[in-house]
Design a protein. Structure first.
Length: 289
């Protein structure tokens, strides 16, 4: 899902979000083919000044317009509940603006529509009804604030007390593999876009976090031919996991010249962006090669 917000005067336009959605679709389709898996991809795009899309998807027996409004997204997720089973892997990726409370800014349905910020907990509640394993990827500002509380993990970036970490280490809880993981671009800070064309001859914008995920999946820039997509650089052996994507994205962002991974006393003016992951103590396998 990508939105450029040109039809929303309340939000700044974004340049890399549509590239995020389009290229993730390409890469996931290719990875599914590499692993002999069936792939069904749905791109929800808000582009330009229109308040609808010319594209409609048939998900099971439900027709859903590809314009990323709250109604269309909820309708699509509800339709998935009828066509998925426990063997499926569902990946939901959002590139767009986020509110300071962790909400996401979906598409307005008219110039006067004021109901477009969406609580991520509502999104997760809808996905709980969908069968299979789910990975939610949020490339948006303040997305770490939307991470669900999980008994298997403590958020060391947003956590307020070292006592919480010690308590988590010594507790006797048993963990079960959750069916929803959330991977976010940042903690309680803004996120940023980057131009991947170092020559500046052709602008090629992406969200910094999605650019990291794409490279982790083998879609670096300049992009390879789809037929020649390599083994994902983030894979460990023959397995690609959520934790591997998270680790790769942190290293990628740390290597960007204009974005810092951590606050420090000597660079308080730097742009700060720190990816986070929530899911539990056990990792989720995405692909086996």
């Amino acid at each position: 899902m990508g939105l450029d917000y040109q039809n929303n005067t309340s939000q700044d336009n974004l340049q890399g979000t549509l590239n995020d959605a389009d290229e993730l679709h390409i890469v996931l389709d290719s990875l599914a083919e590499q692993t002999d898996s069936d792939y069904f991809g749905y791109r929800f795009r808000q582009e330009g000044l229109s308040y609808t899309s010319e594209v409609n998807y048939l998900i099971g027996t439900t027709t859903v317009n590809a314009y990323p409004s709250i109604t269309n997204i909820e309708k699509a997720i509800e339709a998935l509940a009828y066509v998925t089973d426990e063997n499926d892997l569902i990946l939901f990726a959002y590139s767009g603006h986020g509110g300071e409370d962790g909400s996401i800014a979906l598409a307005k349905t008219s110039s006067s529509d004021g109901e477009y910020f969406y609580d991520v907990q509502n999104l997760l509640d809808h996905f709980k009804k969908v069968n299979g394993r789910k990975l939610i990827i949020l490339d948006t500002c303040y997305s770490g604030l939307s991470l669900p509380v999980n008994p298997g993990s403590t958020n060391t970036v947003l956590g307020s007390s070292i006592d919480d970490w010690y308590a988590k280490y010594w507790e006797n809880s048993s963990y079960e593999l959750p069916d929803i993981y959330v991977l976010t671009a940042s903690a309680d800070t803004e996120s940023y876009e980057v131009d991947l064309d170092s020559s500046k001859s052709v602008e090629h914008m992406h969200g910094a976090f999605t650019a990291a995920i794409l490279e982790a999946l083998g879609w670096g820039y300049p992009h390879p031919d789809v037929e020649d997509l390599p083994m994902p650089p983030a894979a460990r052996g023959s397995t690609l996991t959520v934790d591997a994507l998270y680790a790769y994205s942190k290293n990628y962002i740390e290597g960007l010249p204009d974005i810092s991974l951590h606050w420090n006393l000597f660079s308080l003016s730097d742009y700060i962006q720190h990816p986070l992951v929530s899911g539990g103590a056990m990792d989720m396998v995405l692909f086996r090669f």
